[in-house]
Design a protein around this ligand. Sequence first.
Ligand code: TTP
Ligand code: MG
Length: 399
Amino acid sequence: MILHIDMDAFFASVEQLDRPELRGKCILVGGNSNRGVVTTASYEARRYGVRSAMPMFEARRRCPHAIIVPGRMARYKTVSRQIMDLLHDFTPHVEPVSIDEAYLDISDGHRLFGPPELVARRIKEKVLQTTGLTCSIGAAHLRFLAKIASDLEKPDGLTIIRREDMSAFIEQLPVRKIPGVGSVTHEQLTKMGLKNLGDVRRYPPEMLISRLGKFGHRLIALSRGDDPTPVTPHTAAKSVSSENTLAQDTMDRSVLQNLLLHHAEDVGRQLRQLNVKARTISLKIKHADFHQVTRSKTLDRPVQADELIFRQAAHLFEAYPLRQKVRLIGVGAATFIAATAPVQTELFPEKNAAASNWEKVDHTVDAINAKFGRGLISKASLVMPENNANRTPGQLSED
Ligand code: TTP
Ligand code: MG
């Protein structure tokens, strides 16, 4: 039995939890600039037709009285970690798939906790107790059905698709609901007269495959109630990154360098939260014409300190010929090793000492920021010169 757990209006619910004055109100989380998009909306705002990824100006038009709240990614990640941790109390078979959703295989836990419905209820209670937030859970014998089920009675939903109801459910399941069917595929399927999975099952398979390729195979399998994708437990992220779209495209290297420092700090904080060091540091740039480039460097010695991440990103940036204005800039880190893993003895111990001093500084800054809120303490070069005073790190968009 597979459970799919998905938090309700996650970012907006966290804001309403932390700021009681926002409860019961229309909330849009996202950047309020002309180029901002809605990352999520409270259920109150969704009644006005506001959706994730909608341009903020469009959302404001549909719901003029909505309160726009900038996102606080660090806070959402903390809550997300609490949720993923408590899920592990139920089973080790937890597969987090995004910041607010996870699959659980409870086939084993069945005997310990009782039938799926009871397990799901206990999880919902525990999530509410621990975080103060509601989630929706879907349960089914197939992974894709669990995912679809979690969405059926949102918010605060619980939907179980029992084995005996499975084939009837699949038969009438609209293809639009299937994960991976976007607007393009949906249009193709509609043109072929395929509205639900029952239609798909009755359609000549070779024709479907010739039109949809690999995804055609998948749809046919699903229509026959065959979804072999297992729940694969993993907790460690494979990479972390931080990036932002600029309020205005620029070629000013000092502005961009300052942003790199901000992103290096964010990446460093994420690495420390995961308790890992990274061997690969990358720089990402998207130009005004949306052309995107990534440059990366693999290091002999893995890094975690903001300063060292920044230096690598800055080297990559210096080596990059800037011929066009930049629209987006970011820093990434990958190839992790556990931060506690023993490191090879360094030939130049003084260099090593410097690295570990930077790490101490970062841990202290993290602790201060965790206690008093982000932004209280920051690197001196992040305090921008006057000509850039209108572009403080606090105004970075959340993407
Ligand atoms: P979702 O689970 O897709 O949405 P949600 O939790 O806000 O609402 P629902 O009750 O329908 O599940 O995404 C989880 C969070 O991820 C969401 O709160 C904000 C963020 N997010 C983005 O940043 N960009 C996006 O395009 C989407 C869809 C979500
Ligand atoms: Mg959600």
